[in-house]
Design a protein around this ligand. Structure first.
Ligand SMILES: NC(=O)c1ccc[n+]([C@@H]2O[C@H](COP(=O)([O-])OP(=O)(O)OC[C@H]3O[C@@H](n4cnc5c(N)ncnc54)[C@H](O)[C@@H]3O)[C@@H](O)[C@H]2O)c1
Length: 323
């Protein structure tokens, strides 16, 4: 039987766990979280879904002094515990494959240290920037046909910083370009509390300029109820995506730039993890962004944000206060 481990069984980790009920091959699952309350909620969410296989599952508060050999580990703690969670896992156990949640880590040095550890332990790792796996967003390269792109993301109070890495990763996926610079001058200098306690968010406008000439504008209004909207423009294709309505409008010269409404489903994590897990177990691969590329995309963004916060917010930060 394949051994799967979920580390961090909070809001998202419990959804990764729930997704495993959709796998028809029986699994040995270990769920790790120091919080009994999180383990209890995860158990309830897992048991609320009828599975087709009879998985064996254990809920533990730590992996210390255990010696599991995991085929896949999914690390869904918040960013402040992620390095520690990876190090502790690989100290006591082995993992052939790993999926890490974004935002990866809070300190610059964590990116290289964890990268080296994963290489040493021969653990193939991806980061869960999942737009590459969503049919509408994943199918865009063939439609866009020519880069560079103009990419716009806007709305009210949608957690811009925690979400921006998804869109940056999507641009890199569409263009093949991982080199970019960030302009922070139009961000609001005052950070606000994130919906996840202990972390921060920023509102205002951030722009990203990619080496291939693509550029992106991310805008978040602190108040109001401006609906969330994504726009992607190239010379041969444009689309407007209203993710909350699971709809997009596309146009291209092929149809005289007439707008056409299409489905744009943003699946829940509990619907995505099953196929990622199946892919990894069967082929040793999956469509998520590999660790090294994701680390590069993260650091460009986080270093620019860190410089902005330290220069403009009136406070000093020795870590990236985001998750
Ligand atoms: N990829 C996505 O689309 C997506 C979506 C939502 C959240 N996220 C990311 O997932 C992460 C978790 O978010 P959340 O909302 O589930 O947070 P959460 O606070 O609900 O859950 C985090 C859990 O990690 C546990 N934890 C802390 N230290 C641990 C350790 N050393 N070992 C094991 N567990 C530990 C906590 O007890 C908690 O239960 C965040 O970084 C968030 O940005 C990603």
């Amino acid at each position: 039987m394949n051994n799967i481990c979920i580390i961090g069984a909070g809001q998202l980790g419990s959804r990764h766990l729930q997704a495993l009920q959709a796998l028809s091959i029986p699994l040995n699952i270990t769920v790790v979280d120091p919080s009994q309350a999180s383990l209890q909620t995860a158990r309830e969410r897992f048991e609320a879904v009828q599975g087709s296989a009879n998985h064996s599952i254990e809920y533990v508060q730590s992996l210390e002094n255990t010696a599991h050999n995991f085929d896949l580990a999914i690390v869904a703690t918040t960013s402040n515990y992620r390095r520690q969670a990876v190090e502790s896992l690989l100290q006591y156990c082995t993992a052939k494959f790993m999926i890490l949640e974004k935002i990866l880590f809070q300190k610059r040095e964590d990116y290289e240290a964890v990268g080296k550890l994963l290489e040493q332990k021969n653990c193939k790792t991806w980061v869960n920037c999942s737009m590459r796996t969503m049919t509408f967003y994943a199918d865009l390269p063939s439609k866009i046909s020519k880069c560079p792109l103009t990419y716009l993301v806007t709305g009210s109070n949608y957690g811009m910083i925690t979400n921006i890495i998804h869109y940056i990763d999507h641009i890199a996926y569409l263009t093949g370009c991982y080199d970019y610079e960030v302009t922070t001058g139009a961000l609001d200098p005052k950070p606000v509390a994130s919906k996840r306690p202990g972390f921060l968010e920023l509102n205002g406008t951030l722009t990203a300029h990619f080496k291939d000439g693509s550029h992106a504008t991310f805008n978040c209004f602190e108040d109001g109820d401006v609906p969330f909207l994504v726009e992607i423009h190239s010379k041969e294709y444009r689309c407007i995506v209203r993710e909350n309505e699971r709809k997009a409008w596309e146009s291209s010269p092929k149809n005289g730039w007439q707008w056409q409404e299409v489905e744009a489903v943003i699946p829940f994590q509990s619907q995505m993890t099953a196929s990622l897990t199946e892919n990894i177990l069967q082929t040793g691969n999956c469509p998520l962004v590999p660790y090294e590329k994701a680390a590069k995309l993260h650091l460009t963004l986080l270093e620019a944000l860190s410089e902005f916060l330290n220069n403009k917010s009136g406070q000093k930060f020795d870590l990236y206060p985001f998750t």
